[in-house]
Ligand binder design. Structure first.
Ligand code: KPL
Length: 291
């Protein structure tokens, strides 16, 4: 029996919680909570999952196994809040989209085993206590800090739910490129992922964005497919989905745009690549979310 701490109660937090054997104790750490427990139902299958509900002030046990399932812009602050409760040999799994937050946390928490996950799972909450596992995908996990090792992770994270990656960098970039094309465009055109390739006007816009991303990809020390083929492949596979950014924007929540297009624009600047299309996307989504 292990104690598993999970920061957050969003879709990814619940999905990972549902992967642990029932003999383990789940502890959900939330910003505010008056309840002693946090329960939800997972669909399809109608499984009920229950855990303790904690805040940073009610965490007791030293945290040894931690999943950080908040959005990218909240991740470091949420971790800093409970930092004093981390056991010396704590293992920390990061589930954030985009790039930047994993590297920031890796630097600040170098003395711990920190891992990052890049996921193709489709999940959303239809209400605060219902998780819908809409699309079964894969979780690619690899090390962010030196202490992070596959053997250590397997001691607590169910092995059937992840694929170990010896080098996480290309995996995170691949997902970043996909997210930097699909997510902002679905907000701007207010559509599902599939419509991006079905509507010619949007597809033309997508091509302009991808051209700049391909220039950036050429500077990287590993080879990935072209941005357009990466993005269109995922548009086809997830045609009926609304992207996570679209869902955040719809619910008036902040989006992860700074960790997606923001990171792309910074990387282009680093390599002196002009990226007017990606800059425009970043500005448009920032503007839309401020209204
Ligand atoms: O990861 C996604 C997201 O919505 O954040 C994609 C791959 C675009 C699927 O919707």
């Amino acid at each position: 029996m292990l104690d598993i701490h999970i920061l957050g109660t969003g879709a990814m937090a619940c999905l990972w919680a549902s992967y642990f054997p029932t003999r383990h104790n789940l502890h959900f750490i939330q910003r505010h909570s008056k309840a002693a427990s946090f329960d939800f139902e997972k669909k399809p299958g109608n499984t009920f999952i229950s855990g303790h509900s904690l805040t940073k002030d009610t965490v007791r046990a030293p945290i040894k196994h931690l999943i950080v399932a908040t959005k990218a812009f909240d991740a470091k602050a949420a971790l800093d809040n409970i930092h004093q409760h981390l056991a010396q040999d704590a293992q920390i799994l990061l589930l954030q989209n985009g790039m930047g937050s994993q590297q920031l946390i890796g630097q600040a928490y170098e003395q711990y085993a920190v891992y990052a996950c890049s996921s193709t799972e489709g999940a959303y909450k239809s209400d605060p206590h219902t998780l819908v596992h809409a699309g079964i995908g894969q979780n690619h996990i690899g090390a962010i800090t030196q202490l992070a090792k596959n053997e250590k992770l397997r001691q607590w994270l169910p092995a059937e739910h992840f694929i170990w990656q010896a080098d996480m960098e290309p995996i995170l970039w691949r997902k970043l490129i996909i997210n930097s094309v699909i997510n902002p465009l679905t907000v701007i055109y207010q559509c599902r992922n599939g419509e991006l390739i079905q509507q010619e006007k949007i597809r033309q816009h997508m091509l302009l964005i991808c051209k700049e991303l391909d220039e950036l990809l050429e500077k990287l020390p590993f080879k990935l497919d072209s941005a357009y083929s990466l993005a269109t492949g995922v548009c086809q596979l997830t045609a009926n989905n609304y992207s996570s950014m679209y869902q955040d924007w719809q619910k008036n929540r902040p989006t992860e745009i700074d960790f997606i297009s923001g990171f792309i624009v910074q990387a282009c600047q680093k390599y002196s690549i002009a990226c007017p299309q990606n800059k425009k996307l970043l500005a448009q989504v920032r503007q839309l979310q401020s209204h």
